[in-house]
Ligand binder design. Structure first.
Ligand SMILES: [Zn+2]
Length: 406
């Protein structure tokens, strides 16, 4: 029996993407070592409603020194995090020497704004490479995984925090209990723990199955986050829907005696109940919808190939690994993946072995069709590549269904 990582009750598996590689394991073409694979499948707890992977990948395999994702890669995300920092600076700081901590600060995109405001801060980031970029922006970084012991050490050295923030990181961490124990040790009595992650409600609505990959262990809802927070002595006191990364929610967690939940919490809980986000019907319907996308996408790519049309992919995202490996898309159906990240260029995409080339090669020459893996940045990318469409090129998107943008 599968058991819930949060409450220990039984978990029902509802979708299986088969054998998957590590989503960021871009290989050198001459690398002959065996590739790591695991079974990517998702279940939901029948008691606390937490949606979770059924198999865990060891964290050191994912969040190592060469972790390639840089949060500041998108202009939209830079603006999002600059505003986030501004909000904390304006509304959450107390005392004469306030302190902001970020779990998984990545390249310092949020904390650099805190640094520029002259406010004390610390980023706890296990991936040394991105942490070094953050240091270059003036951000204080501790190269560690955040857990109970780390949080106590930070408190002993720096004192308690007004705000503990985390973006696209808490859902990576199976051992949530240790996170909450750490937050309890580090947070001021009236402080707030704020995190934002992909929202299960948006994944269901958009059928964005590629949000499911090794790094994303949990798929949160207000219902499951509140249950988890309460089991660790906290409460969910605010929620906010965010448009970024294909749909996220920002959760604010505080001690129950410190803050009263906002009306937004009750509203989102009621909405989730009405939508039945984790009912068997919804979950099995999601799995069926995803299988339909796979069949349609493969049929389209095979059809284009038969017509002699050229197809390349755009954006060697972590989530593209789920799409290529689940659908069985290799270099025969998408000749290359264009991407602006130097660390990925000249390498082969995990599992699928599709070559990754610099973005500039997108125009040499333009393909007939481009499969857009970075669909969460579709507007930004399509606006950046007007000549592709002017040359007759067409974008292929696959959520919530396979469609060609005319
Ligand atoms: Zn549970």
């Amino acid at each position: 029996m599968l058991t819930c990582r949060i409450c220990g009750a039984s978990v029902r598996e509802f979708v299986d993407f088969g054998r998957q590689p590590l989503s960021d394991a871009f290989r050198k073409p001459d690398d002959t070592s065996e590739e790591y694979f695991f079974r990517l499948a998702v279940g939901a707890c029948e008691s606390c409603a937490m949606v979770q992977l059924v198999e865990e990948v060891p964290r050191d395999r994912m969040f190592h020194a060469d972790y390639p994702y840089h949060s500041s890669g998108s202009a939209l995300m830079r603006e999002h995090f600059r505003r986030t920092a501004q909000e904390f600076l304006e509304t959450e700081l107390t005392g004469s020497d306030p302190f902001i901590v970020e779990i998984g600060c990545n390249d310092g995109v949020m904390l650099s704004a805190v640094h520029e405001a002259g406010v004390r801060h610390l980023g706890v980031e296990p991936s040394a490479g991105v942490g070094e970029v953050a240091r270059g922006r003036g951000v204080e970084v501790l190269t560690e995984f955040f857990e109970d012991s780390t949080a106590r050490a930070v408190r002993d050295e720096h004192g308690p925090a007004d705000v503990i923030f985390s973006a696209n990181t808490i859902c990576h961490i199976p051992y949530l209990e240790s996170i909450f124990l750490g937050v309890d040790a580090l947070l001021k009595p009236g402080g707030v723990f704020v995190f934002e992650d992909p929202y299960w409600g948006d994944i269901v609505e958009r059928r964005s199955f590629d949000q499911i990959y090794d790094e994303h262990f949990y798929f949160f809802t207000a219902t499951s986050v509140r249950a988890a927070a309460r089991s660790y002595g906290f409460d969910l006191v605010d929620v906010r829907r965010l448009g970024v990364h294909g749909g996220e929610v920002r959760y604010s967690i505080a001690r129950p005696e410190a803050r009263t939940p906002t009306a937004a919490v009750a509203e989102l809980l009621a909405e989730e109940e009405a939508r039945g986000l984790v009912t068997r019907e919804t979950l099995d319907g999601f799995a069926a919808g995803v299988a339909g996308i796979r069949d349609d996408l493969v049929a389209l790519l095979r059809d284009l190939k038969a017509q002699g049309r050229s197809v390349v992919a755009y954006g060697a995202t972590a989530k593209s690994a789920t799409v290529t490996n689940y659908c069985g898309i290799g270099p025969d159906l998408a000749a290359k993946i264009c991407d602006s990240t130097p660390a990925k260029q000249g390498r082969l995409a995990p599992g699928s072995r599709i070559p990754v080339v610099p973005s500039e090669e997108f125009a040499e020459p333009y393909p007939d069709h481009a499969l857009l893996f970075a669909w969460n940045h579709a507007e930004e990318i399509i606006a950046k590549e007007p000549a592709f469409r002017d040359n007759g090129g067409r974008w292929i998107l696959y959520v919530p269904e396979v469609h060609v943008v005319e």
